[in-house]
Write a protein that binds this ligand. Structure first.
Ligand code: ADP
Ligand code: MG
Length: 623
């Protein structure tokens, strides 16, 4: 039994208070089909969210099976949301690139249900909603009504006592709406269904009780619980989720996101896996409030990235997580068995799809895309331009390739890096240690939210770059080696000695300290990509490996100057520890592009479009 007693919910936006729910008292039976009607903005969604434990109330009480939720612990809320409540939304909230079966099975991701059992249950729930034959379809191949069925199956799969539906037919035509209502009516036979709807006819026809709301208050109730009416009030024992919702999220957000000590694997898990799982769970249980709160904090470290190729990492990640699943643990018994993984891996690689980014950008810039644009705090474009930046290394005349970072090459580790990049795709850019030459956000609002100016000034033109330090004014020596601000050759020698076992360990480099006067005005040289090619006979040859050639190109390169020192702003995620690096203004990319366009090699290619300037052969001619 569910009871709301003098419930009040206010929202504060700026100086304004919105009284979303005012002193609302109502009791729901364990088994009825309640429709909530009322004009837009009268508090229907707020009410459902409070009932579902997705939002808190200001005063009054929510009593569940005789127990006040005032003394609910986080764990109690997790259990309630995971086992007692199912949510269905107008907008379905499905993951479009996963199959119907996966969508439903994922809502059990953090329960202790073993994997094959999850799929069985998901299939059974889908059968119940009439989608037995569609398990392997993707939502994109379905009609609205079918998608809503999937969402209902997802809500039912944990067999909740209460199903909450927020305008489930709001996006459907009347014929399909009737089918969904039939389904909800069927479901309401053995549980409480509370549905918000705009449609009084459907409410009248299908539900057993209609409650009308206006301005956060009940104005009519067709079948209120009478005084003295018998209501079962026993506490049903419930299974606890094996990993708490909150735990899963704090694991990913608070621990994995601290840049410090992020290893390859945790970065991988943090950036795709656990956040992905967190988001998936949030979607299926509707933790919008939670998402909103964490979104701001995490979106800049892990923004939504749309690349020209899409690979579905979540399947891979859940396959990896399955290993630690409870209930399946076996120990070594003298037999070594195989564990299926290749299917998941190859499956997600084969699922790679091409995105039409040109069309997407057009859409964003069209009136239709305006709405999407407004919901994003910033939209940044990355054209994958490689910048060739060099610097003289500290106490030596040798040139250091600052960008792309040449240090790994020097250490003989470039294979490792390229392997990682291939595997991780765009994700690698979110990892520390690989590049030290990076782009500032194009939008200054985003820049100002992310970074704080410590000294000097922000770039005023494309020649001006920023040096990033951490909270205590430090930069990792790894970055300093990469930038040529510590002696790279010494480190490389040292490493080679270690490999050859001539020495036991790497001697830490002599600590360096640069004053701001030394740093502001410090120069790097950018060499346009085209300047690294030389015409030999009738073809152009990449000379970036030739020291003398590069030296010459650097003499003719463009000088860039550090004009400011900045640090990342502290976010709510705790102390930020950055590796440090140099950040350029995005206008520098325009310069590179223009420079490229006017170069001999590009002009030659444009003039003879059928002949590859690098090989002197016709394109497509592999001989
Ligand atoms: P309904 O679902 O009936 O259309 P809601 O429950 O969404 O109404 O909203 C009730 C009132 O509370 C509205 O005035 C709405 O603007 C306000 N409201 C809802 N959510 C928030 C929020 N997160 N912050 C501020 N005001 C809100
Ligand atoms: Mg609403």
């Amino acid at each position: 039994m569910l009871r709301l007693e003098h419930l009040v919910k206010d929202y504060y936006t700026g100086d304004e208070i919105v009284h979303a729910i005012r002193d609302l008292t109502v009791t729901f039976r364990d088994n009825e089909f309640v429709s909530i009607l009322g004009p837009s903005g009268c508090g229907k969604t707020t009410l459902l969210n409070i009932i579902g434990g997705l939002d808190n109330y200001n005063s009054g009480n929510l009593v569940i099976n005789g127990r006040s939720t005032k003394d609910y612990t986080d764990k109690d809320w997790d259990t309630y949301r995971n086992h007692r409540i199912g949510f269905v939304f107008q907008s379905y909230n499905l993951i479009m690139h996963q199959t119907v079966l996966q969508n439903v099975a994922l809502s059990m991701a953090l329960t202790d249900v073993p994997k094959d059992e999850r799929e069985k249950r998901a299939a059974a729930a889908l059968e119940k909603v009439g989608l037995k034959d569609q398990l392997n379809k993707k939502p994109t191949q379905m009609s609205g009504g079918q998608m809503q069925r999937v969402a209902i199956a997802r809500a039912l799969v944990n067999d909740p006592e209460i199903l909450l539906a927020d305008e489930p037919t709001g996006a459907l035509d009347s014929h399909t709406s009737v089918q969904i209502m039939d389904l909800l009516k069927e479901i309401a036979k053995d549980r409480l269904v509370i549905m918000v709807t705009h449609n009084p006819e459907l409410a009248q026809q299908y539900s057993t009780r209609i409650i009308r709301l206006r301005d956060g208050e009940i104005v009519s109730d067709s079948d209120p619980v009478r005084e003295g009416e018998e209501l079962e009030d026993e506490q049903k024992p419930l299974k606890k989720p094996s990993m708490k919702f909150g735990t899963a999220l704090s694991l990913s957000f608070n621990n994995l996101l601290t840049k410090k000590g992020r290893t390859l694997l945790t970065a991988f898990a943090g950036s795709i896996g656990i956040i992905g799982i967190g988001l998936i769970m949030s979607l299926s249980s509707g933790m919008q409030g939670y998402i909103d709160r964490v979104e701001q904090d995490t979106m800049t470290s892990y923004p939504v990235t749309i690349e020209d190729n899409t690979m579905d990492m979540s399947v891979l990640m859940s396959a990896m997580m399955d290993r630690d699943e409870q209930g399946e643990k076996k120990s070594y018994d003298g037999t070594v068995r195989s564990r299926a993984f290749a299917d998941k891996l190859l499956g997600s690689i084969a699922d790679t799809e091409k995105n039409n980014l040109t069309a997407f950008r057009k859409y964003l810039n069209s009136p239709a895309g305006q709405e999407l644009k407004e919901t994003a705090s910033a939209i940044e474009y990355n054209y994958g331009i490689t910048m060739h930046v060099y610097n003289k290394q500290a106490e030596g005349d040798k040139l250091v390739a600052v960008s792309p970072n040449g240090l790994m090459d020097e250490l003989g580790m470039s294979d490792m890096i390229s392997l990682r990049d291939q595997f991780m795709g765009g994700v690698s850019s979110a990892m520390p240690g690989s590049e030290v030459w990076m782009a500032l956000p194009a939008e200054s609002s985003l820049r100002d939210r992310e970074y704080e100016l410590l000294d000097g000034h922000w770039p005023e033109n494309e020649d001006e770059v920023m040096l990033e330090v951490d909270d205590s004014g430090e930069i990792s020596d790894f970055t300093l080696y990469s930038l040529g601000l510590m002696n790279q050759s010494e480190l490389v020698e040292n490493y080679k000695d270690l490999q050859a076992e001539k020495t036991e360990e790497i001697t830490p480099g002599k600590p360096v300290a640069y004053t701001k006067d030394e740093l502001l005005g410090m120069e790097f040289t950018l060499v346009p990509n085209s300047a690294l090619y030389k015409k030999v006979g009738n073809i152009w040859v990449d000379e970036s490996g030739d020291e003398a050639f590069v030296q010459e190109a650097v003499t003719n390169g463009r000088t860039l100057k550090i004009t400011g020192i900045m640090k990342p702003r502290e976010t709510s995620l705790g102390p930020v520890s950055t590796m440090g690096g140099v950040y350029y203004d995005r206008s520098l990319e325009n310069w590179i592009r223009t420079e490229g366009k006017s170069s001999k090699i590009v002009k030659e290619q444009e003039a003879h479009q059928d002949v590859n300037v690098f090989t002197g052969r016709k394109f497509g001619d592999s001989a």
